[in-house]
Design a protein around this ligand. Structure first.
Ligand SMILES: NC(=O)c1ccc[n+]([C@@H]2O[C@H](COP(=O)([O-])OP(=O)(O)OC[C@H]3O[C@@H](n4cnc5c(N)ncnc54)[C@H](OP(=O)(O)O)[C@@H]3O)[C@@H](O)[C@H]2O)c1
Length: 230
């Protein structure tokens, strides 16, 4: 089996396991101190991956915000901010989205075979569009990223992407932030969907750290033997 990057899945959720609201209004799960912690994790990564729905719905920039951290990366001969990666089946992504427009760094779109031609036409000027099979296989994506020099991959959601990375056992570490409120609406996106996960009551994940950060709590789980405490 080809190698894959050390993969860290980072997520904030409500007490009842939701990632967002149902109606599209932005849900602030985290606080400033935790945003800064996430910024440090971004700065330590070679690439950040999100699903196409997150690109469409949140329009994230996915940049390292701290100038000190950006400068440090540059002094190490790296881009100021990590490579950005997304996956899509339908290829309905806007080339003006911040994912593509923000940051002078490489952007990769792993696309289902059937829509590659359409995606290249639409996104070719702003990103590298790659054929990732039909349907897109995230193990194949991980291995291709490793072949492109990505040693450390940060996965930042949403739920569909989390589900596949976890269920396919492609994750080495989970950083889960619990926000102190409920969403209480089953139409809202959840942390994960239905799947057969490698962890259950008989094979429990290893909790390695619990850290209060203001009013949220960071739960850190080791999910593979490759886990590294930094
Ligand atoms: N709280 C947090 O930490 C956090 C972080 C990120 C996102 N979010 C929230 O999560 C929500 C989005 O989550 P989501 O579960 O709806 O979507 P998502 O995981 O962001 O993206 C799902 C989309 O990615 C593409 N995709 C994923 N796996 C694929 C595969 N194997 N093959 C082909 N395409 C694939 C598809 O795109 P196409 O539809 O283009 O085919 C699919 O519709 C948003 O509300 C966002 O705010 C929260």
């Amino acid at each position: 089996m080809a190698d894959r990057p050390y993969t860290l899945l980072s997520c904030g959720m409500s007490i009842d396991g939701y990632l967002d609201t149902a109606n599209g209004t932005r849900l602030k799960l985290s606080n400033d101190a935790d945003f800064d912690r996430v910024d440090a994790v971004r700065a330590s990564s070679d690439a950040i991956l999100v699903g196409a729905s997150t690109v469409r719905r949140d329009n994230p920039r996915l940049l390292v915000r701290s100038q000190v951290r950006r400068d440090l990366r540059v002094s190490q001969g790296r881009c100021p901010t990590p490579m950005k990666v997304t996956v899509t089946g339908r290829a309905q992504l806007d080339p003006r989205a911040s994912f593509f427009a923000a940051g002078d760094t490489e952007k990769l779109v792993y696309c289902a075979s059937g829509t590659v031609a359409q995606a290249r036409k639409r996104l070719g000027p702003v990103a590298t569009v790659l054929d990732a099979g039909e349907p897109v296989d995230l193990r194949r994506v991980s291995e291709d990223l490793h072949a492109r020099g990505v040693q450390r991959l940060m996965v930042e959601g949403g739920g569909m992407v989390h589900t596949q990375f976890l269920a396919a056992d492609l994750t080495d570490e989970l950083q889960l932030v619990l926000a102190p409120f409920f969403v209480g609406d089953s139409r809202a996106p959840r942390f994960v969907g239905d799947a057969r996960f490698p962890w259950n009551q008989d094979r429990r994940a290893t909790l390695v750290d619990v850290r209060p950060i203001g009013d949220v709590v960071l739960l850190r789980y080791a999910l593979s033997a490759r886990f590294r405490m930094d």
